[in-house]
Design a protein around this ligand. Structure first.
Ligand SMILES: NC(=O)c1ccc[n+]([C@@H]2O[C@H](COP(=O)([O-])OP(=O)(O)OC[C@H]3O[C@@H](n4cnc5c(N)ncnc54)[C@H](OP(=O)(O)O)[C@@H]3O)[C@@H](O)[C@H]2O)c1
Length: 233
């Protein structure tokens, strides 16, 4: 897809991977609508439009997309990035954390898709990127609740790819390994460090997938740091 002058919606833009992606899409000349609970001051740009939105709420998502479709006829790219993780032994995971993860990581994607799919199917054009995690590919102790949400993202994405390919709509699922963002704030055992993936590099890979020719489709992107704990001693 030629990105210049196209319209992208990205969820979760205040920091991390979503924030890095917005900056790169703006540099490519896209109109970017950022859906989030918080904005980021350094995203101020004539082509960046922040929409206050909590993706856990279908009503909040509906209001955001209604406002966007008042300004544009067509959304070409949707990146479902908003997400969070809480960690611990399953029986100790509070119910509100379980629900916040499912409401954000998977229900939020469903709510957003409901608004763009009818239009993308009519246009017979579009690219959806869902951000899962390597936690969607393997079970991990203390990560079971978060893994469950991301396995759901994987199942949704793989099914949707097959459901939408004949409408010329691409669905790409991204599986990043540990990335140096604020994501680990709820994980006392892990501190972000320089051997993790960088949010700008994860964003760059998504931009490259978006820019591929129309009949070339990247279904899955599994990305991991080469030396996750630093150089071998
Ligand atoms: N970092 C990693 O190691 C890693 C690895 C694999 C996958 N991922 C996934 O990558 C995605 C981005 O994470 P990140 O690493 O960039 O983490 P991050 O720095 O914590 O950023 C997460 C973003 O999501 C937003 N968000 C969270 N809940 C939201 C809600 N209910 N409504 C709207 N926005 C919401 C946050 O905004 P506010 O909190 O400001 O509202 C923030 O902008 C997530 O889906 C995460 O699961 C991360």
């Amino acid at each position: 897809m030629e990105l210049n002058n196209k319209v992208a919606v990205v969820t979760g833009v205040s920091k991390g991977i979503g924030h890095a992606l917005c900056r790169q899409l703006l540099n490519k000349g896209m109109q970017v609508y950022g859906l989030g609970r918080n904005n980021a001051a350094d995203l101020a740009h004539e082509n960046f439009h922040f929409m206050a939105c909590d993706v856990q709420s279908s009503e909040s998502v509906k209001l955001a997309f209604t406002a966007i479709y008042k300004e544009v006829n067509e959304i070409h790219v949707l990146v479902n990035n908003a997400g969070l993780g809480y960690f611990g032994n399953l029986e100790e995971v509070p119910e509100h954390e379980w629900h916040e993860m499912f409401n954000t990581n998977i229900h939020g994607i469903f709510y957003c898709l409901k608004h763009v799919l009818p239009q993308m199917k009519k246009s017979q054009y579009g690219h959806i990127i869902n951000i899962a995690s390597t936690a969607a590919l393997e079970g991990m102790p203390m990560v079971s609740a978060y893994c469950a949400t991301k396995w759901a993202v994987k199942g949704l994405s793989e099914s949707l790819f097959r459901e939408l390919r004949d409408f010329q709509i691409k669905v790409t699922c991204v599986y990043p390994g540990s990335t140096k963002t604020d994501f680990f704030r709820n994980s006392p055992g892990i501190k972000p460090h320089d051997y993790m993936l960088m949010p700008d590099d994860v964003a760059l890979l998504m931009v490259q997938a978006l820019e591929m020719p129309d009949n070339f489709h990247t279904v899955n992107l599994e990305i991991r740091p080469l030396q996750p704990k630093g150089p071998k001693k």
